[in-house]
Ligand binder design. Sequence first.
Ligand SMILES: NC(=O)c1ccc[n+]([C@@H]2O[C@H](COP(=O)([O-])OP(=O)(O)OC[C@H]3O[C@@H](n4cnc5c(N)ncnc54)[C@H](OP(=O)(O)O)[C@@H]3O)[C@@H](O)[C@H]2O)c1
Length: 192
Amino acid sequence: MSHFALIVAATEELGIGVLNNLPWRIPKDMAFFKHATTVIPKDSQGQNAVIMGRVTWESIPSKFRPLDNRFNIVVSRNTSYDLKLAKAENTILVDSLEKAFEAVDPIQHPRTFVIGGAQMYNLAIQHANCSHILLTRIKSKIDCDTFFPKIDEDQFRLASHQELENYVQQSVPEGIQKHKELEYEFTLYLKK
Ligand SMILES: NC(=O)c1ccc[n+]([C@@H]2O[C@H](COP(=O)([O-])OP(=O)(O)OC[C@H]3O[C@@H](n4cnc5c(N)ncnc54)[C@H](OP(=O)(O)O)[C@@H]3O)[C@@H](O)[C@H]2O)c1
Protein backbone atom coordinates (compact mmCIF):
# COMPACT_ATOMS: atom_id res chain seq x y z
CA MET A 1 0.00 0.00 0.00
CA SER A 2 1.00 3.61 -0.51
CA HIS A 3 1.83 6.20 2.05
CA PHE A 4 -0.98 8.26 3.52
CA ALA A 5 -1.53 11.51 5.41
CA LEU A 6 -3.54 12.51 8.44
CA ILE A 7 -5.30 15.87 8.30
CA VAL A 8 -6.59 17.42 11.51
CA ALA A 9 -7.24 20.66 13.35
CA ALA A 10 -6.31 20.45 17.04
CA THR A 11 -5.77 22.69 20.04
CA GLU A 12 -2.47 22.83 21.93
CA GLU A 13 -3.97 20.17 24.25
CA LEU A 14 -4.73 18.16 21.06
CA GLY A 15 -8.48 18.62 21.43
CA ILE A 16 -10.32 17.90 18.16
CA GLY A 17 -14.00 17.49 18.96
CA VAL A 18 -16.87 18.04 21.35
CA LEU A 19 -20.26 16.31 21.44
CA ASN A 20 -19.46 14.46 18.18
CA ASN A 21 -18.80 17.70 16.35
CA LEU A 22 -16.07 20.21 15.59
CA PRO A 23 -15.64 22.68 18.47
CA TRP A 24 -15.00 25.59 16.07
CA ARG A 25 -15.87 26.83 12.60
CA ILE A 26 -12.96 28.38 10.73
CA PRO A 27 -13.93 28.92 7.09
CA LYS A 28 -10.31 29.28 5.89
CA ASP A 29 -9.38 26.01 7.57
CA MET A 30 -12.35 24.30 5.94
CA ALA A 31 -11.22 25.68 2.57
CA PHE A 32 -7.66 24.47 3.30
CA PHE A 33 -9.03 21.00 4.18
CA LYS A 34 -11.03 20.88 0.96
CA HIS A 35 -8.11 21.96 -1.22
CA ALA A 36 -5.48 19.81 0.49
CA THR A 37 -7.59 16.65 0.32
CA THR A 38 -8.76 17.27 -3.26
CA VAL A 39 -5.64 18.44 -5.13
CA ILE A 40 -3.80 15.64 -6.90
CA PRO A 41 -0.09 15.68 -7.75
CA LYS A 42 0.84 16.80 -11.26
CA ASP A 43 1.02 13.92 -13.75
CA SER A 44 -1.47 11.85 -11.74
CA GLN A 45 -5.12 11.09 -12.40
CA GLY A 46 -8.27 10.17 -10.51
CA GLN A 47 -9.43 11.37 -7.11
CA ASN A 48 -7.84 11.23 -3.69
CA ALA A 49 -9.27 8.89 -1.06
CA VAL A 50 -10.57 10.15 2.29
CA ILE A 51 -10.95 7.62 5.10
CA MET A 52 -13.10 8.40 8.12
CA GLY A 53 -14.70 6.73 11.11
CA ARG A 54 -18.47 6.32 11.19
CA VAL A 55 -18.89 9.06 13.83
CA THR A 56 -17.01 11.59 11.69
CA TRP A 57 -19.10 10.59 8.64
CA GLU A 58 -22.27 11.34 10.64
CA SER A 59 -20.84 14.69 11.78
CA ILE A 60 -20.69 15.92 8.17
CA PRO A 61 -23.95 17.71 7.29
CA SER A 62 -25.87 15.41 4.90
CA LYS A 63 -25.82 17.99 2.10
CA PHE A 64 -22.01 17.84 2.11
CA ARG A 65 -21.88 14.02 2.16
CA PRO A 66 -20.09 12.36 0.50
CA LEU A 67 -17.20 14.83 0.27
CA ASP A 68 -17.18 15.83 -3.38
CA ASN A 69 -14.43 14.97 -5.86
CA ARG A 70 -12.96 12.52 -3.37
CA PHE A 71 -13.38 8.75 -2.91
CA ASN A 72 -15.05 8.46 0.52
CA ILE A 73 -14.33 5.39 2.68
CA VAL A 74 -16.32 5.03 5.90
CA VAL A 75 -15.10 2.63 8.61
CA SER A 76 -17.61 0.90 10.90
CA ARG A 77 -17.71 -2.49 12.63
CA ASN A 78 -21.36 -2.65 11.55
CA THR A 79 -21.18 -4.20 8.07
CA SER A 80 -24.84 -3.34 7.42
CA TYR A 81 -24.52 0.31 8.46
CA ASP A 82 -26.71 2.47 6.20
CA LEU A 83 -24.69 5.29 4.66
CA LYS A 84 -28.01 6.88 3.66
CA LEU A 85 -26.85 7.88 0.23
CA ALA A 86 -29.46 9.01 -2.25
CA LYS A 87 -27.69 7.10 -5.04
CA ALA A 88 -24.65 4.91 -5.43
CA GLU A 89 -22.05 7.61 -5.03
CA ASN A 90 -18.33 7.57 -4.71
CA THR A 91 -18.49 6.05 -1.22
CA ILE A 92 -17.86 2.64 0.32
CA LEU A 93 -18.26 1.10 3.77
CA VAL A 94 -15.53 -1.14 5.21
CA ASP A 95 -15.16 -2.81 8.61
CA SER A 96 -11.50 -2.08 9.33
CA LEU A 97 -8.85 0.52 8.62
CA GLU A 98 -6.77 -2.14 6.86
CA LYS A 99 -9.67 -2.84 4.49
CA ALA A 100 -9.93 0.90 3.87
CA PHE A 101 -6.29 0.97 2.76
CA GLU A 102 -6.85 -2.14 0.61
CA ALA A 103 -9.73 -0.34 -1.16
CA VAL A 104 -7.37 2.40 -2.31
CA ASP A 105 -6.01 1.95 -5.83
CA PRO A 106 -2.79 3.98 -6.05
CA ILE A 107 -3.42 4.80 -9.72
CA GLN A 108 -7.04 5.90 -9.33
CA HIS A 109 -6.49 7.48 -5.89
CA PRO A 110 -3.13 9.24 -5.92
CA ARG A 111 -3.29 10.43 -2.32
CA THR A 112 -4.98 9.00 0.77
CA PHE A 113 -6.03 11.03 3.82
CA VAL A 114 -7.31 9.78 7.14
CA ILE A 115 -9.65 12.62 8.11
CA GLY A 116 -10.70 11.51 11.60
CA GLY A 117 -11.90 11.15 14.17
CA ALA A 118 -9.89 10.23 17.24
CA GLN A 119 -10.39 6.47 16.89
CA MET A 120 -9.17 6.51 13.28
CA TYR A 121 -6.25 8.85 14.04
CA ASN A 122 -5.14 6.63 16.95
CA LEU A 123 -4.95 3.60 14.68
CA ALA A 124 -3.51 5.41 11.67
CA ILE A 125 -0.73 7.41 13.35
CA GLN A 126 0.93 4.15 14.47
CA HIS A 127 0.91 2.77 10.94
CA ALA A 128 4.29 2.48 9.22
CA ASN A 129 2.90 4.14 6.07
CA CYS A 130 1.68 7.29 7.82
CA SER A 131 4.04 9.79 6.19
CA HIS A 132 2.41 13.24 6.60
CA ILE A 133 0.36 15.00 9.28
CA LEU A 134 -1.33 18.22 8.16
CA LEU A 135 -2.08 19.85 11.50
CA THR A 136 -3.95 23.12 11.87
CA ARG A 137 -2.91 24.19 15.34
CA ILE A 138 -5.70 26.03 17.17
CA LYS A 139 -3.90 28.38 19.53
CA SER A 140 -6.95 29.39 21.54
CA LYS A 141 -8.06 27.37 24.55
CA ILE A 142 -11.26 25.45 23.74
CA ASP A 143 -12.93 22.69 25.75
CA CYS A 144 -12.92 19.37 23.91
CA ASP A 145 -13.95 15.81 24.76
CA THR A 146 -12.08 14.07 21.91
CA PHE A 147 -8.32 14.21 21.38
CA PHE A 148 -5.67 13.62 18.72
CA PRO A 149 -2.79 11.33 19.79
CA LYS A 150 0.53 12.88 20.79
CA ILE A 151 2.85 13.34 17.81
CA ASP A 152 6.07 11.45 18.54
CA GLU A 153 8.89 13.88 17.70
CA ASP A 154 11.31 10.94 17.37
CA GLN A 155 9.22 9.81 14.41
CA PHE A 156 7.90 13.06 12.91
CA ARG A 157 9.53 16.44 12.35
CA LEU A 158 7.90 19.81 11.85
CA ALA A 159 8.28 20.65 8.15
CA SER A 160 9.15 24.08 6.81
CA HIS A 161 6.45 26.34 5.43
CA GLN A 162 7.88 25.77 1.95
CA GLU A 163 7.50 22.00 2.38
CA LEU A 164 3.88 22.53 3.42
CA GLU A 165 3.17 24.67 0.35
CA ASN A 166 4.93 22.20 -1.92
CA TYR A 167 2.81 19.36 -0.56
CA VAL A 168 -0.54 21.12 -0.96
CA GLN A 169 0.55 22.81 -4.21
CA GLN A 170 -0.69 26.26 -3.29
CA SER A 171 0.37 29.20 -1.19
CA VAL A 172 -0.68 28.92 2.45
CA PRO A 173 -0.82 31.84 4.89
CA GLU A 174 2.25 31.68 7.15
CA GLY A 175 2.30 32.23 10.90
CA ILE A 176 -0.58 32.88 13.28
CA GLN A 177 -3.91 33.53 11.57
CA LYS A 178 -7.01 35.03 13.14
CA HIS A 179 -10.68 34.23 12.74
CA LYS A 180 -12.82 36.28 15.11
CA GLU A 181 -11.42 35.47 18.58
CA LEU A 182 -9.65 32.30 17.37
CA GLU A 183 -5.96 32.08 16.51
CA TYR A 184 -4.61 29.23 14.41
CA GLU A 185 -1.65 28.17 12.28
CA PHE A 186 -1.22 25.76 9.36
CA THR A 187 1.58 23.22 9.94
CA LEU A 188 2.88 19.99 8.44
CA TYR A 189 4.75 17.12 10.11
CA LEU A 190 6.77 14.68 8.04
CA LYS A 191 7.88 11.16 8.95
CA LYS A 192 11.64 11.28 9.60
N1 LIG B 1 -10.68 18.58 14.47
C1 LIG B 1 -10.65 17.76 13.45
O1 LIG B 1 -9.86 17.93 12.52
C2 LIG B 1 -11.59 16.59 13.40
C3 LIG B 1 -11.62 15.74 12.29
C4 LIG B 1 -12.50 14.67 12.29
C5 LIG B 1 -13.34 14.45 13.37
N2 LIG B 1 -13.28 15.29 14.43
C6 LIG B 1 -14.14 15.08 15.60
O2 LIG B 1 -13.83 13.82 16.18
C7 LIG B 1 -14.99 13.32 16.84
C8 LIG B 1 -15.29 11.93 16.34
O3 LIG B 1 -14.20 11.08 16.67
P1 LIG B 1 -14.44 9.63 17.31
O4 LIG B 1 -13.12 9.10 17.71
O5 LIG B 1 -15.53 9.73 18.32
O6 LIG B 1 -15.07 8.79 16.09
P2 LIG B 1 -14.53 8.31 14.65
O7 LIG B 1 -13.09 7.89 14.72
O8 LIG B 1 -14.93 9.30 13.62
O9 LIG B 1 -15.46 7.04 14.42
C9 LIG B 1 -15.49 6.02 15.38
C10 LIG B 1 -16.20 4.82 14.77
O10 LIG B 1 -15.35 4.21 13.80
C11 LIG B 1 -15.57 2.81 13.81
N3 LIG B 1 -14.34 2.15 14.23
C12 LIG B 1 -13.42 2.56 15.13
N4 LIG B 1 -12.41 1.68 15.24
C13 LIG B 1 -12.70 0.68 14.37
C14 LIG B 1 -12.05 -0.53 14.01
N5 LIG B 1 -10.87 -0.89 14.58
N6 LIG B 1 -12.61 -1.33 13.09
C15 LIG B 1 -13.79 -0.98 12.51
N7 LIG B 1 -14.46 0.15 12.81
C16 LIG B 1 -13.92 0.97 13.73
C17 LIG B 1 -16.68 2.56 14.83
O11 LIG B 1 -17.90 2.66 14.12
P3 LIG B 1 -19.21 1.81 14.58
O12 LIG B 1 -19.57 2.33 15.94
O13 LIG B 1 -20.23 2.12 13.52
O14 LIG B 1 -18.77 0.36 14.58
C18 LIG B 1 -16.51 3.73 15.77
O15 LIG B 1 -17.67 4.02 16.53
C19 LIG B 1 -16.10 14.31 16.53
O16 LIG B 1 -16.20 15.25 17.60
C20 LIG B 1 -15.60 15.00 15.28
O17 LIG B 1 -16.17 16.29 15.09
C21 LIG B 1 -12.43 16.35 14.47
